[in-house]
Design a protein around this ligand. Structure first.
Ligand code: ATP
Ligand code: MG
Length: 294
């Protein structure tokens, strides 16, 4: 197992409009983590905690205010910036918004194949498009010629996943990939992501509100609160034995009965603020870190 994507002390400030003092919102505050081949890291936290900001920075849609993102090839050397998009691909929340209504499904998959130099000619492109659609279980012959609105939401998200794989991605960042889908098909799409991850040995960042799926589909969990990591560790431990008052609160609100049952002590909001201002619990070291510990 080797590290693929290292995120070091990522910080993002948004300058808010108005006023002479130009107030700044710190959306992400010194967040560090590593994505590893064949493993899924879940990023959980309430709305506004900075999850999508991290995703956008990893997708290079935004620049961080401070911190570094280092991408490594299998031999450990740093991958040059111009190849970043070959390695790191996104799956967004809304498959409808991320697909172009004027283009066919085949076009959506063929484009990254050509852009990233994975197909030499038309015949090879067509073959790879078919293979990719088959890998996301969309093997119906006529489907490739349809347009996004002629597909169901679940099918559209499968297309978005195939498109992410087309450049030969090693890292997939999935920002709430199933939250816009009908409840009945969410699990199927998550299972598909999990299968592809195993088959391709991908590193996956799974961003979600949902602790139950975070636990079932990831190896590790990172809990964000107001832009800061407040707890991290193996998925089962974080969910079943949360230590930070904020994680306890999240677990208590989770529909997963097992997670809920174990979160006996729920912190009050001021307790959460006091704790998160100063500390984070790391299940790997068994330590609280941060201002209080230091
Ligand atoms: N372009 C921007 N300008 C100013 N503030 C922003 C901008 N983008 C995000 N923010 C703020 O940064 C914070 C983090 O937003 P972000 O979208 O990362 O949250 P999130 O955890 O993804 O939330 P959700 O679960 O609702 O998707 C929020 O307070 C948000 O209002
Ligand atoms: Mg978001």
């Amino acid at each position: 197992m080797s590290a693929i994507l290292e995120v070091h002390d990522l910080t993002k400030d948004y300058r808010l409009r108005g006023g002479l003092r130009r107030p700044v919102l710190r959306a992400v505050d010194q967040v560090s983590f590593t994505l590893t081949e064949g493993r899924t890291l879940a990023l959980v936290g309430e709305s506004g905690s900075g999850k999508s900001t991290i995703a956008r920075i990893l997708a290079r849609l935004e620049k961080p205010t401070a911190g570094r993102v280092v991408l490594r090839a299998p031999d450990g050397t740093q991958v040059p910036g111009r190849f970043y998009r070959d390695y790191v691909q996104m799956v967004f929340q809304d498959p409808f918004a991320s697909l172009n209504p004027f283009h066919t499904i085949a076009h959506h998959i063929a484009r990254p194949l050509r852009l990233h130099g994975r197909a030499r000619d038309r015949a090879q492109t067509a073959l790879l498009v078919d293979q990719l659609l088959e890998r996301v279980s969309l093997a119906e012959p006529a489907l490739a010629r349809r347009r996004p609105h002629e597909l169901s939401g679940g099918q559209r998200q499968r297309v978005a996943i195939a498109r992410a794989l087309a450049p030969g991605a090693r890292v997939v960042v999935a920002d709430e990939p199933v939250s816009m889908l009908d409840v009945s098909i969410r699990l199927d799409v998550l299972k598909l992501l999990a299968r592809l991850q195993r088959e391709e040995n991908l590193a996956v960042l799974y961003i979600t509100h949902d602790l139950a799926t975070a636990r079932h589909f990831s190896d590790e969990i990172l809990v964000l609160y107001r832009g800061r990591v407040v707890e991290r560790g193996p998925a089962d431990e974080v969910i079943l034995a949360p230590r930070h008052p904020y994680t306890k609160l999240l677990a208590a609100a989770s529909p997963d009965p097992l997670a809920r049952g174990r979160a006996e002590q729920i912190g009050a909001e001021d307790e959460i603020d006091a704790a998160s201002a100063a500390t984070a619990y790391d299940h790997y070291t068994g330590r609280w870190t941060g201002l209080q510990a230091g």
